[in-house]
Every structure is written in C-alpha cells, then in structure tokens.
Ligand binder design. Structure first.
Ligand SMILES: NC(=O)c1ccc[n+]([C@@H]2O[C@H](COP(=O)([O-])OP(=O)(O)OC[C@H]3O[C@@H](n4cnc5c(N)ncnc54)[C@H](O)[C@@H]3O)[C@@H](O)[C@H]2O)c1
Length: 304
C-alpha cells in the first residue's frame, strides 16, 4: 500500500480518489484542491464511507500545496474540463499554466513519486509537467480508449468482455490509433469478427463527447480505468496497459500511448512486436503531438 496524493478533486478527481481509497490501495491519502473547504468536506465524506467499510486509511486534506509531502504516487486531475463542442487540445494553454505551477510546487516535496497525469489534453499535460519538473510522469493515455473499444466489441458480439483483447495507442482522444493487429476475440483476429473498423473507430473516438453532452463529463469509466493503472503500480501487478510514457524528441519529452508493462517499474512496451504499419502510425502520432505541443507552448509563452 502506498501514500497517494490527489491533486484536484472535482468530478473525475473525486471519483478516482474514492475508487482508489475504497479499494484499500492507499495507506495514506492526501487530498488537495484550490477551492476553499472542498478538500475538507470531501475528506468528511470519505471518512463516512471508510467507517462503514471498517478501513483505517489515513486522510489528510488541504488547500495548501505545501502539505502534500512524501507521496509515492501523485494523481493530477487539476484543471479545466472541456465543454460540449471543445476538443481536448483546446484546453492546452489554460491547463499548461496549472501544470507549470504544480511542477514547481510538487516535485521538491515529493521527489520519489510516480506522477500520473489525468488532466487534458492528457499526453501533452504529462509532457509539460515532465519538461518543467524533470520528474518521471506518465499519462493515462489510451487505456481509456482501450477499454471503450473492448466494451464496444463485447456488446456488439454479445460476448464476455474478458474474451476481448486489443489496444488503442497514440494520442488520447480523436486522433487515437486502434492497433488492429492486437485486437482479437477468443483468439480470432479482428478481420474475422464480422465487424467494420469504422464503427469501432467511431465509437472509441466519439463516445466521450456524447457522454459529456448529456452527463456534463466522463467520470465512472475513466476513474475506474485510472484506478486500475494506479493499482497496477502500487501492487506491482505488471499489467500491460496503454498508458503514455515519455519519448525524447529533440529537447522535449513527448508522451504518446503504447501498450506498456505497468508495475513498480514502468516498461517495457510491446511496440517492438507491432507490424511496421502500426509502428509508423505511432511515430506519426508522436510527431503530431510534438508539433501541437510546440505550437501551444509558443502561444503560451506569448500570453505570459
Ligand atoms: N484522461 C482522461 O481520461 C480524463 C477523463 C475525464 C476527465 N479528464 C480531465 O480531467 C480534468 C478535470 O476534469 P473534471 O471533470 O474533474 O473537472 P472539474 O472542473 O470537475 O474539476 C477540476 C478541479 O481542479 C481543481 N483545480 C483547478 N486548478 C487547480 C490547481 N492549480 N490545483 C489544484 N486543483 C485545481 C478545480 O478547483 C476543480 O475542483 C479535465 O482536464 C478533464 O478533461 C481526463
């Protein structure tokens, strides 16, 4: 069990923290947000829930970032969510400013932590945080798309989801890359399943916007998936998950998702086993994310 810090406890941050704490994955939980009293009142709620479970998790809540010390894992959800009609990339400038501040404030007090970025655009925010702090950072990447894809195929084929394998990689969001060579059901490759690539692609990339339109944000799916990423780190489960890890491009760390072993140590990835065509798509995603990262950073520097 680990000391886990939650930076930002809005819609998704609360759900992630709740799932992790109720699964007993945290020996100590630290809850931080800039909204006055929010961490404190959320702490009360969590304590009530812990009481009925008989769990003795230590909880500290604060509006002071200096109280976040000595974490093993830091989960960052602080920042703006997108509104209907927005793309994740539209959030870059506002949320990057927050990441630069957090990089400065968090890393000196939590030097050995693994930083798990959730704030969107999630891969680019992981890059901003890591480039400014030099602390090893992952983003939750396309593990969310991976589970959206598996759930869609399972429902379409009326088959248990445990029989569906496969991953989505690249950038989280509309430009994600389905790694078709990895997709199979009960050992049958995708092309023998009687499904069209377009329908899977459309669902994987489009369902989040539909959920945001009706429910105001995505919560339960990503929170459970992100809890499992943290679980795999904390319990050293070594699950293969499509998280985004840093790749060095010129002088920058740039994050894109590739199915990767997630445990106490992050890696290796399965990139080497993919066909050339899919490797090239991931390289293209890396170049694309780097270009957008540079353009947005130039805009950001222009506004500060
Ligand atoms: N990676 C994913 O799969 C995924 C899924 C869902 C949401 N998200 C992203 O997570 C982020 C949060 O979404 P949400 O729906 O919880 O939004 P929200 O508005 O409900 O919560 C955001 C929280 O961040 C806090 N915050 C803002 N600046 C802060 C700072 N400097 N330090 C600490 N806390 C700060 C706010 O006070 C608020 O409580 C968004 O960027 C959203 O797009 C990512």
């Amino acid at each position: 069990m680990a000391k886990i810090a939650f930076i930002g406890v809005g819609k998704i941050g609360q759900t992630i923290a709740y799932s992790i704490i109720m699964d007993g994955l945290a020996s100590e939980a630290m809850i931080y947000d800039v909204i006055p009293e929010l961490p404190d009142k959320f702490e009360h709620e969590l304590r009530h829930a812990l009481a009925t479970r008989g769990l003795n998790t230590e909880i500290l809540s604060s509006n002071n970032i200096q109280d976040v010390n000595g974490a093993d894992v830091v989960v960052i959800t602080a920042g703006k969510p997108r509104k209907p009609g927005m793309s994740r990339r539209d959030l870059f400038v506002d949320n990057a400013k927050i990441m630069m501040g957090l990089a400065k404030d968090l890393v000196p007090r939590n030097p050995g932590a693994k930083y798990v970025m959730v704030t969107n655009p999630v891969d680019m925010m992981a890059s901003v945080f890591m480039n400014y702090s030099k602390a090893f950072t992952i983003s939750t990447g396309d593990q969310v798309e991976t589970m959206r894809m598996r759930s869609f195929i399972a429902k379409k084929l009326k088959t248990p989801v445990t029989k569906v394998n496969g991953f989505v990689g690249g950038e989280h969001g509309e430009d994600a890359v389905v790694l078709w060579s990895t997709v199979s059901v009960d050992g049958k490759p995708f092309d023998q399943l009687g499904l069209k690539r377009e329908e899977v692609d459309q669902y994987v990339k489009g369902i989040a916007a539909e959920i945001i339109r009706v429910m105001g944000g995505t919560t339960w799916g990503p929170a459970t998936i992100i809890k499992d990423v943290v679980r795999s780190i904390v319990l050293n489960e070594n699950r293969v998950m499509s998280i985004a890890t840093p790749h060095k491009v010129d002088n920058d760390y740039i994050h894109i998702a590739v199915p990767t072993v997630v445990g106490n140590v992050i890696g290796p990835s399965i990139e080497g086993t993919l066909p050339e065509e899919e490797k090239e798509k991931l390289n293209q995603a890396l170049r694309d994310v780097h270009r957008v990262y540079k353009e947005n950073m130039a805009q950001l520097v222009g506004t500060t």
